[in-house]
Write a protein that binds this ligand. Structure first.
Ligand SMILES: *Cc1c(COP(=O)(O)O)cnc(C)c1O
Length: 821
């Protein structure tokens, strides 16, 4: 069975067989989870032959391959996406209908693969979908964490973290590949051996090691027979001897290696845009990098006998600095295993690695202490030292005695290794993720590196896959679009532009708004089921979903809700369209202020939702456990997309693109990709407010901003800020939110109101008023949201990946012919 000859009878039979063989049951005895497993295995069977054929084809044409190295892949669920990309969705739905089973219920049985925190991990997942759809040879390479991003529960308004047991029931799509196992070494020391021929050899000894074992997941291209691979590394202890027959020392070593293996892949670090210099994190990084690099070189050598051809066949793409050990690890393999001299090895390495920068925020930049790094990775440290030494020599050549500049640019300084600097020096390409972000890199944050290497720097504005975030997540809108303009948009999103022909067509407007309404009903049902709150699908759904971070300014959003509520209490008959404010956000478990903002949102929700005097004009909902699977439902239902980060802080954003595609208007600042979104949709079809990034950067330099001035002169601000400490939203403990109050007015180590929430507040209130007014004209509103969908074409990750493939990776499309098998 393959995707081209699959039929209902065969598929139904496969489900019956799977239920019988795996659970010794019939379908009416099986639980929903068991039916999910049976369906997933049947779908996997369809995938397998294409998967084999894809890799056979790549081998035959000896295609250049990109290895996308990432600590995070926020994949979400696989079943629905695989069925859609195989184009067997309809058949499977019909089969299940005949069996009296609801496909949506079965899909809900699958846990999200939450191997990422937020945008960076989801970008990696969208890229894999686009690479397979565009027929580019590619692997994703990452870690098979036992526990992904924590499951968030809200208890008494507080975030409580539960372990994410995503592998509890096994993973039907994964394939263990022990034949590709490699050994990864930690600790110990390096001994130099000088041989008679004068060569020096570096011998790593007294180390601990683990076996790196890959598990492969299929990445199905859309309607094209290509199945690429996401290779996730698991760690196992090396069992090279019989425990019982060894003395205490060996026994201890064996147990230690067992513990090391278990701990490395145990859990994803739950920080988004924040660096935490933990030893285990560095172990994770080296573990999956060493596994990947060694295995890729081994595979390369099976087909090629000149290692200098590596850059013609392989690119390692470094997704943020987390995988940047790829550079010294590749150098180690080329020199210590392959016997190349430094110069030759560097020539290969620096033509093989490319790097994406995701943030300019200093708290996110990885800087490993030398002591920790050199103890854990002694040989790699020697290599980093040598990279730095040679780099500094080249800087001295160029900049002479400008010691300050050389100190600023050195890879090793102040007892730390600056991973971003190493990634820039060791890569042939450095890209930012939206136009503004790349300009800030070139002109501010990485100015001196840009002057040194102007040709390395380039921009690749992020994108999202329309297969998941429209075709799967919003089937009603997807079907309507296809009815209007055909289905080319599934693989060429710029086709959506043809929808512009309908934006003034009243019938089309009504249809579009009716689909939005149905999607709002779907979200309302979800909220009713999970929060027990009734929300009105005729109200404006004003949504902010993303990781909780002060720079993303969820606090500004909830302060505006508090302000609106103050106005309504003063004037209950105030003319306004009812508004439902929806939040969804996980906070890093150690990020105290972020967790307190969640509590604030929930307390505000609790007060407002229970106030009968405001006649349901405002509702506030915090959706628990925001993740890819519920995100799909949320985007489809949004009227207003809150993208309100402090300008210059959000490198790109991708949530903004998902909202736009699904017909929501952006209420946002001129930050990240919002700028390009507004450029595409037209500024009359968005609500833009607040300081520009230039203004923010200038004000930061001036250090003249004092939020007390605003507090003293602006009554709306004074009122909401005071409500943080007068017990209005925490009667039992008026000091509960003092930490938030202090962050706005007094700082605390950092500058007061460092994210300019109060500075932008007035402008935000005005922009919110414009939203209310615009929504009153339903025809005009319909046109606005349709213009957003119609102009979302640029933000497909297919466009982004075409740019990476042609401008950075130089890949060739390689089609898979299924008719031969
Ligand atoms: C798209 C996405 C993100 C990124 O959202 P931003 O608003 O760009 O920060 C985070 N989490 C999930 C689950 C997503 O789907």
């Amino acid at each position: 069975m393959n995707r081209l000859n699959v039929n209902k009878t065969v598929f139904k039979e496969a489900i019956f067989e799977n239920i019988k063989n795996q659970f010794r049951k019939t379908i009416d005895q099986a639980s929903n989870q068991e039916i999910f497993q049976a369906v997933a295995y049947a779908v996997r069977d369809i995938i397998i032959d294409q998967w084999i054929e894809t890799h056979k084809t790549y081998e035959q044409v000896d295609a250049k391959t990109v290895y996308y190295l990432s600590m995070e892949f926020l994949m979400g669920r696989a079943l629905g996406n695989n069925m859609i990309n195989l184009c067997v969705n309809e058949i499977v739905k019909e089969v299940l209908d005949e069996l009296g089973v609801d496909l949506n219920v079965i899909e809900d049985e699958e846990p999200d693969a939450g191997l990422g925190n937020g945008g960076l991990g989801r970008l990696a997942a969208c890229f894999l979908d686009s690479l397979a759809t565009l027929e580019y040879p590619a692997y994703g390479c990452g870690i098979r964490y036992r526990y992904g991003i924590f499951e968030q529960r809200i208890i008494d308004g507080y975030q409580v973290e539960k372990p994410d047991e995503w592998l509890k029931n096994g993973n039907p799509f994964e394939v263990r590949r022990p034949e590709y196992a490699v050994e990864v070494k930690f600790g110990g020391n390096v001994r130099v051996e000088r041989r008679d021929d004068g060569t020096e050899h570096y011998i790593h000894e007294n180390y601990q090691s683990v076996n790196a074992i890959p598990y492969d997941l299929p990445i199905v291209g859309y309607n094209n027979n290509t199945v690429n691979t996401l290779r996730l590394w698991d760690a196992e202890a090396i069992q090279s001897f019989d425990l019982e027959s060894f003395d205490r020392g060996d026994y201890h070593k064996a147990v230690e290696q067992q513990n090391l293996a278990k701990s490395i892949v145990e859990v994803l670090y739950p920080n988004d845009n924040h660096y935490q210099g933990k030893e285990l994190r560095l172990k994770q990084q080296y573990f999956f990098i060493s596994g990947t690099i060694q295995q890729v070189i081994r595979k390369f050598k099976q087909k090629h006998n000149d290692i200098r051809e590596l850059p013609d066949k392989v690119t390692f793409h470094i997704n943020d600095t987390h995988p940047s050990l790829a550079i010294p690890e590749l150098m180690r393999v080329l020199m210590d295993d392959e016997g190349l001299a430094w110069g030759e090895a560097w020539a290969i390495c620096s033509r093989t690695c490319a790097y994406t920068n995701h943030t300019i925020m200093s708290e996110a930049l990885e800087k490993w202490p030398i002591e920790l790094f050199s103890r854990l990775l002694p040989r790699i440290y020697q290599i980093v030292e040598e990279i730095n030494r040679r780099f500094v020599v080249s800087l001295v050549d160029k900049y002479g005695q400008d010691n300050e500049r050389i100190r600023r640019m050195a890879i090793i300084a102040n007892g730390q290794i600056r991973m971003a600097w190493m990634a820039i020096v060791g890569s042939f390409s450095v890209n930012g993720v939206a136009r503004l972000h790349t300009e800030i890199l070139k002109n501010e944050e990485l100015k001196e590196f840009y002057e040194l290497y102007p040709n390395k720097f380039n921009n690749k504005t992020n994108g999202i896959t329309q297969r998941r975030f429209l075709l799967h997540g919003n089937p009603k809108l997807a079907e309507w679009i296809t009815r209007k303009i055909g289905d080319e948009w599934t693989t060429d999103l710029t086709h959506l532009k043809h929808l512009e022909a309908f934006v003034d067509d009243e019938k089309a407007q009504k249809e579009f708004m009716h689909i939005k309404y149905e999607n709002k009903v779907r979200l309302a049902e979800y909220v009713k089921k999970h929060n027990g709150i009734e929300i009105d699908p005729r109200s404006i759904f004003d949504i902010q979903v993303k990781r909780l971070h002060e720079y993303k300014r969820q606090l500004m959003d909830i302060l505006h809700v508090m302000h609106l509520y103050n106005e309504l209490r003063e004037n209950p008959d105030r003319n306004m369209i009812p508004r439902t404010f929806v939040f969804g956000a996980k906070a890093a478990p150690g990020y105290e202020r972020a967790k307190l903002i969640i509590k604030l949102i929930n307390n505000v929700a609790n007060v407002i939702n229970h106030d009968i005097n405001i006649h349901n004009k405002i509702k506030v909902v915090f959706i628990e456990n925001y993740r890819v699977s519920n995100a799909e439902i949320i985007f489809a239902a949004a009227d207003v997309s809150e993208q309100i980060s402090t300008a210059s802080k959000e490198a790109s954003g991708t949530g903004n693109m998902k909202f736009m595609l699904n017909g929501a208007v952006t209420l946002g600042t001129m930050d990240g990709a919002n700028i390009e979104i507004v450029e595409e949709a037209g500024k009359e079809n968005a609500f833009i407010f607040g300081m520009t990034s230039d203004e923010v950067i200038q004000l930061q330099h001036e250090r003249t901003y004092d939020p007390w001035d605003l507090y003293n002169t602006n009554q709306a601000i004074r009122k909401v800020v005071t409500q943080l400490i007068n017990g209005f939203y925490a009667p039992e403990n008026p000091d509960l939110f003092r930490m938030i109050y202090d962050s706005l007015l007094n700082g605390g180590g950092e500058p007061a109101d460092q994210y300019f929430i109060l500075k932008d507040f007035e402008a935000y209130i005005e922009a919110q008023k414009s939203v209310d007014i615009a929504y009153r004209n339903q025809g005009k509103w319909a046109k606005m949201v349709m213009m957003n969908t119609a102009n979302a074409g640029k933000f497909s990750s297919d466009r982004t990946i075409e740019e990476y493939a042609t401008e950075i990776w130089h890949l060739k499309k390689t089609s898979v012919d299924l008719t031969k098998i």
